[in-house]
Ligand binder design. Structure first.
Ligand code: IVH
Length: 668
């Protein structure tokens, strides 16, 4: 009898191990959460009943097992940003023009041209030549510590013996899988990129080593001493240090030549061993790269030139109206599913009401659809020949699905009505906007709740679990665990990531509110100005929002939008409630800068430097820029042909006036 019991017990333990692994290591459970929980309960009951049953692999011993969803977090010394995209020659010319303006320079640039590998980026920190940390990109500031997994990749050296390796360096590159290797495992993954990402995040590095991953190095993050002149020199050095670099890297001297090379390469891309989705152009001179720096999400010195999109024809079955977070009504064509470049497309955006009118797009039409990289597929044109006599013009609804009458805003600058029709932004009062606002709230750049996706938000909304963002922090996990497809394990994972999200920085909090015209960059500016949540709250309580107009980067549009937002009672309730629930960190003031608490304003043209670069130099030193002459201004810097009125105002207020030379002496 005991033998029989033991046999059953062992079988269940084995099964538990298998599913535990599938769940945590692979994030691909093979049984439902409920079945998994029942299995665990069976084992525990057997152990209670038969005290001789013991196993180190029992769930009673493996509780607290850290799932691979929760690798240790690791802060990158230098952020890992993405790249802006260019699609045609016009975009490239624009890219170069912006750079030359920023540098206040007219001489042509030289570029390092590299294939844009479609994989997963990783950052490797070498201390005195030893690979010490291997980290995934994560949200760009903080990734997951996956050193041991990365160490299984043969192309990654564990030790660099060359003398010229800096004391500390973050080497960055792409982890990917070759096309031929993907063939063998393609049934388990949507595409090579997914396969690489899934394999990298295995709990057990042995699992990672089973999939033949590759690594190509292409840039550095933090570097303790930089002796390289050009990006191309750095790429060559990477090779000598033992890294794999792309065989197709090249230096090109003008945008015209870039376009020619791109055209040639686009045809060749299919011959490569791995997937690429464009070319990356980087300003070759590293000193110029340093001067150019970054915008909030991408370097100014690089751009990804995407390969042209794929097209297909399909029939419009219906036109749905989607309402966005700011109330914009976007028509979306539901089309007969069609494969475009390996992806099945069944939705294509029609952009806005005017676009439908202009192209006379109707239900039943056969249309040409374009899909470019990760951009949402869109309808290019109607194939009029295929239209039958019965089709009718599309009647764009004048009401939002929530019932409010829609409006078209008048643009004072273009003196035209907007192409977009919108639900007057009454915030959470419009049900459609409310769900979108919550989706925005949880998104990566906002509060960032890992375990709560858009689909789950929709489900919880339908079930009335969530009506306002704060409801997320008051969920009934008992109820959730009994939902179809859920279980106690996934409910507790969700709880974990929601609890984790409570610690947030002030800028991310401001951004998470989803105020129209307040993007990440503006949220940062407002956070810099208000410094902590208490004073942020005071700004609207004491009706001081207008004061924000003095900050560089904030204009009338933003101030009006903030005022409108804070006139709404629900919005105020949401902000107040969230500020109680969340642990909002004060904005970190750069202590290192010598210009801390010092404000500047420029008037007139500067020599050899653009305004934008001057601004970032000041900000790097913790100073700030203001946009009007008030008592709060410390220095007015005058260039060539300054505005006399500003100089007069400054003199009257006793503000110090600096020449460009005096200003740069102050910096150095
Ligand atoms: S440079 C801040 N070089 O593209 C500099 N990125 O959209 C950004 N990528 O996250 C990286 N090949 O995963 C760079 N030769 C290359 C690249 C490359 C592919 C990926 C990388 C990055 C993404 C940016």
């Amino acid at each position: 009898m005991n033998k029989e019991v033991e046999k059953i017990y062992k079988k269940k333990i084995k099964e538990f191990q298998k599913h535990n692994k599938l769940y945590y290591d692979k994030s691909t459970p093979a049984i439902s959460d409920r079945e998994f929980d029942e299995l665990k309960a069976d084992i525990i009951n057997l152990e209670k009943k038969y005290s001789f049953l013991r196993s180190t692999k029992s769930p009673t011993d493996t509780i607290g097992f850290k799932p691979s969803k929760n690798f240790e977090k690791f802060k990158h010394k230098e952020q890992m940003l993405s790249l802006s995209n260019a699609f045609d020659k016009k975009d490239l010319i624009n890219f170069e023009k912006k750079i030359l303006n920023y540098l206040n320079n007219k001489t042509a640039l030289e570029y390092s041209v590299e294939p844009k590998i479609d994989g997963i980026s990783a950052s490797l920190t070498y201390l005195n030549g030893n690979l010490t940390y291997g980290v995934s990109r994560g949200d760009g500031s903080e990734g997951e510590l996956i050193t041991n997994n990365l160490k299984t990749i043969k192309d990654i050296p564990h030790k660099i013996l060359k003398k010229n390796i800096p004391k500390e360096i973050e080497i960055r590159g792409e982890v990917f899988i070759e096309k031929k290797d993907f063939e063998n495992i393609k049934d388990n993954f949507a595409n090579p990129r997914n396969a690489a990402s899934g394999s990298l995040r295995q709990k057990d590095p042995k699992e990672t080593s089973k999939i033949p991953l590759k690594f190509i190095a292409y840039t550095f993050g933090f570097i303790s001493e930089n002796k390289f002149k050009n990006q191309s020199d750095f790429l060559n050095e990477l090779k000598s240090w033992g890294f794999l670099t792309s065989d197709y890297n090249k230096v090109i001297k003008s945008t015209d030549e870039l376009v020619v090379f791109h055209q040639q390469f686009e045809k060749k891309r299919f011959e490569l061993n791995y997937d690429i989705d464009g070319l990356v152009y980087k300003v070759n001179n590293l000193q110029l790269q340093k001067r150019l720096g970054f915008t909030s999400n991408a370097p100014r010195w690089a751009i990804a030139h995407k390969f042209s999109a794929d097209h297909a024809y399909s029939e419009i079955l219906n036109i749905d109206i989607q309402v966005g977070r700011t109330g914009a009504l976007t028509p979306v064509a539901k089309v007969k599913p069609v494969n475009i470049g390996g992806v099945v497309v069944s939705n294509a955006t029609l952009h806005n009401e005017d676009e439908i009118i202009r192209k006379d797009i109707r239900v039943g039409d056969t249309v040409k659809i374009e899909r470019a990289g990760d951009v949402i597929p869109h309808v290019l044109e109607v194939d009029i020949k295929k239209r039958d006599g019965k089709s009718k013009k599309f009647n764009f609804p004048k009401k939002c699905p929530c019932g409010f009458d829609t409006i078209k805003e008048f643009n004072k600058i273009t003196k035209k009505y907007d192409a977009v029709r919108r639900c007057p932004d009454k915030g959470f009062e419009c049900e459609k906007i409310a769900v979108e606002k919550i989706k925005h709230f949880i998104s990566k750049d906002a509060i960032n709740i890992d375990g709560l996706g858009k689909k789950v938000v929709e489900k919880f909304w339908d079930l009335k679990f969530i009506k306002l963002p704060q409801d997320i922090y008051n969920l009934d996990y008992q109820k959730i665990s009994s939902l179809d497809g859920w279980g106690s394990q996934s409910a507790s994972n969700l709880k974990f990531s929601i609890e984790n999200s409570k610690k947030v920085t002030l800028d991310k909090f401001i951004f998470s509110l989803g105020i129209r015209h307040i993007g990440i960059e503006n949220a940062k500016i407002i956070a810099d100005f208000t410094k902590n949540i208490k004073s942020f709250l005071n700004f609207f309580k004491k009706k001081k929002i207008k004061e924000l107009i003095n900050i560089d980067g904030i204009g009338e549009t933003q101030v009006k939008s903030l005022e409108k937002f804070f006139q709404n009672k629900t919005n105020i309730k949401v902000v107040e409630k969230l500020s109680e629930i969340l642990n909002i960190k004060d904005r970190e003031v750069k202590n290192k800068g010598k210009l801390k608490n010092v404000s500047f304003m420029f008037t007139g043209k500067l020599q050899n430097i653009s305004r934008a670069e001057a601004k970032s130099l000041i900000e790097e030193n913790a100073g700030s820029i203001v946009s009007s002459v008030t008592k709060k201004l410390d220095y007015l810097v005058i260039g060539e042909k300054p505005t006399n009125r500003k100089v007069e105002q400054a003199k009257n207020l006793g503000i110090k006036i600096l020449t460009q030379k005096e200003w740069s002496d102050l910096l150095n």
